[in-house]
Design a protein around this ligand. Structure first.
Ligand code: NI
Length: 137
């Protein structure tokens, strides 16, 4: 079993704000991340796929195919969007980095499987110092 990784990036705005809480509770919980008009990040998405090496190609999965899936299902939908306001697969979901990793996993799991590979990990890097990894459970 071999793991391969591909990185793509997107720029997006988000606001950490739970509508079920008061404005003051949101401010206490999320600080400046709760401010009204949101703020932006250059998000990195690292996708790890695992499988056996195909003796014909020497690949687990062609990285150009993985790139195409990431662009179609993740980067193109999210790039230059506001994750709280725009109509993307994040709409209605509190757009924490944790929830982004889970929803990106949900976007990619089946498409990767259709190539005969297994999605292993989605890693979302929000800042130089903060990142989240999701392994599907
Ligand atoms: Ni943020």
């Amino acid at each position: 079993m071999v793991h391969i990784q591909r990185r793509e990036v997107f720029c997006a705005a988000h606001r950490l704000y739970n509508d079920a809480l008061s404005a003051q509770e949101n401010e206490e919980l999320f600080g400046k991340c709760s401010w009204e008009f949101g703020h932006g990040h250059n998000f990195e998405v690292w996708v790890t796929v695992k499988g056996e090496v195909n003796p014909k190609t020497g690949f687990v999965m062609n990285l150009s195919d993985l790139k195409a899936l990431m662009m179609r299902f993740v980067i193109d939908p999210l790039d230059h969007r506001h994750l709280n306001l725009d109509d993307t697969f994040m709409k209605g979901i509190l757009p924490s980095t944790e929830n982004l990793a889970i929803e990106i996993w949900n976007q990619l799991c089946e498409p990767v499987a259709e190539f005969g590979s297994l999605l292993h990990c989605v890693r979302v890097v929000e800042t130089e110092n903060n990142a989240v990894e999701y392994f599907g459970a």
